[in-house]
Design a protein around this ligand. Structure first.
Ligand SMILES: Nc1ncnc2c1ncn2[C@@H]1O[C@H](COP(=O)(O)OP(=O)(O)OP(=O)(O)O)[C@@H](O)[C@H]1O
Ligand SMILES: Cc1ncc(COP(=O)(O)O)c(N)n1
Length: 270
């Protein structure tokens, strides 16, 4: 098998190019990791919101993963928008089949613009079938609330939710603070079953935050593919997202995406 680091993203397409597969592949490329993909659904989406979602058939999702894994291989995978129960079950079967141990699960359920990105009856499958297979699961505030049943308004509540979600069986839970208030927006809580850690970066004052969660989980996967241990992978992914937020793109009339290739933009502009 090739020594080139390879990662697989299993996620939805965002026509606006800010989140989903588009953000994941850009993040992999930034890290010099070859990105492969299995598309689960197609969203018609822009900076204002999601206007249409169409699922890819579970058989076609399975075929994409089979095609990648049976030939190219990937030692790290991440999941994003999985949309429905059938797709989640298919992905869980494929993860088992190919023994994808380095699995980053971003349990995408609600977009920044408030759109629901998962069917109601799929949340239980995500909780019971996929999260237990994750090396790390990265819920945002609202996803952590749904998975833990707790309301989250404070750092202590982020910690309590991380502890509850950990009981679902993932190795590490990272509750992300991007939707919290004020300075908590740059704070994420890590819980590995024994220890809590708080990852804190400065709060970036921007409303262009579309795709932060996809970018963070893709950067964790990329760093794992590069051979970093999980803690270092998360720390460096968080720094990457923070800088990408500083170079967020002011496009469209709503929430613009983060700037994945910020150093290249800097060089071009100097
Ligand atoms: N304004 C900000 N300043 C600094 N860090 C931020 C800010 N907003 C989000 N983050 C960081 O971005 C990462 C993603 O967190 P967030 O809570 O935004 O995820 P999410 O809601 O899943 O993202 P997405 O917008 O893709 O759904 C976290 O590390 C979080 O701390
Ligand atoms: C295809 C796809 N995947 C993930 C998200 C979540 O990202 P955000 O919360 O930034 O809208 C999204 N909007 N679309």
């Amino acid at each position: 098998m090739s020594k080139i680091p390879i990662a697989l993203t299993i996620a939805g397409s965002d026509s606006g190019g800010g989140a989903g597969i588009q953000a994941d592949l850009r993040t992999f490329a930034f890290h010099c990791v070859h990105g492969t993909s299995a598309i689960t659904c197609v969203t018609a989406q822009n900076t204002l919101g999601v206007t249409r979602v169409e699922a890819i058939s579970p058989a076609a999702v399975a075929a994409q993963i089979e095609a990648v894994m049976s030939d190219i291989g990937a030692n790290v995978a991440k999941t994003g928008m999985l949309l429905n129960r059938e797709i989640i079950e298919t992905v869980a079967e494929q993860v088992e089949k190919w023994q994808l141990k380095q699995l980053v699960v971003d349990p995408v359920m609600v977009s920044r613009t408030g759109a629901q990105l998962i069917d109601d009856d799929a949340i239980a499958s995500l909780r019971d079938r996929l999260i237990p297979k994750a090396l790390i699961v990265t819920p945002n505030r609202y996803e952590a609330q749904l998975l833990s049943g707790l309301e989250i308004n404070t750092l202590e509540e982020m910690k309590a939710a991380a502890q509850m979600v950990h009981k679902l069986g993932a190795g590490v839970v990272l509750v992300k603070g991007g939707s919290m208030m004020g300075e908590w927006r740059g704070v994420d809580v890590w819980f590995d079953g024994k220890h809590w850690e708080t990852l804190t970066t400065e709060t970036v004052d921007t409303s262009n935050t579309h795709g932060t969660g996809c970018t963070l989980s893709a950067a964790i996967a990329a760093n794992l593919a590069l051979g970093k241990d999980l803690w270092n992978a998360v720390e460096q992914a968080k720094n990457y997202v923070t800088t990408a937020l500083k170079y967020a793109l002011d496009i469209g009339r709503g929430t613009g995406p983060v700037g994945h290739f910020f150093p290249l933009r800097l060089e071009k502009n100097s």
